[in-house]
Design a binder for this molecule. Sequence first.
Ligand code: ADE
Length: 323
Amino acid sequence: MSKNVENEGYLDQTLRPNTWNDYIGQEHIKNNVRILLTAASERNHPAEHILFYGPPGLGKTTIAHLIARETGRNLKTTSGPAIEKVGDLASLLTNLQPGDILFIDEIHRLNKMIEEVLYPAMESGVLDIIIGKGPSARTIQLELPPFTLLAATTRVALLSAPLRSRFSGGTFRLEYYTVPELEKIIARSATVLGINLDNKALTEIAVRSRSTPRTANYFLKRVRDYAQVNKQDLNEKTIREALALLGIDEYGLTPTDRNILTILIDKFKGGPVGLATLSAASGEEEGTLEEVVEPYLIQQGLLERTPRGRIATKAAYEHLSFD
Ligand code: ADE
């Protein structure tokens, strides 16, 4: 289930906020980015490069779209794994119009050779192209149109220091959302989808949404399906039934989350257990555990990462009713 929730991969275009005012939460980012953009536009200059990082589903791509929209710039979107060769990046960069915004999602998955082409492009607006091989190889330098790079990653620690340092506009971490923020997001999405929800129903979805708008919107669509198919009203009761059917408990934990905690407690006496062992015991990939499953369990105080491995907390024992 966690895979379905987290890997939905995109936020329904229709539910994506179109203006800063519709974008709820992340006030620190909004305030800072707004100043950066306004200052740049007053100086008639493209904004400096900005890096966004944080767990999946918190709105990194949405912010990139909003920045483009609010500044009236074109947005070209790509991702680390899609840029396979130096030539792919060269073609992207040379095809930009002055002032365009390039958004690279999952930038931690760019390979080293491509990173090295990106450095001078970000720093000095030039592209160094090597022509030929061996002693007769030559470098030619192409001047690029001025552009802004926006990048997003779930794994900021995997970015090399030189790459990180070139985000001269700043590096911002997206925070998990509070329940009141999620309620506002769900209320807005419900309006967009033409669904009527009372306050109790909003809260019922929000508290189970893993502090994540993508999950909140996903649950909203699933509970709507459930009510429609069962010809029921969409209220607190149907929401509980629909989410129970998906295996979501009152903390918003998925079967995968509970399985990880149960393995920690049952098989390893609560830990500490290394990531590789936990991965082998649960059948979940290490990357999925680190990026998707663990951040929320840690945020909920159910799991701790220590130098000796993962530990289930007292709250995890209580939540899963272990003594
Ligand atoms: N949808 C996804 N993220 C959102 C946010 N932060 N505000 C409003 N709607 C959203």
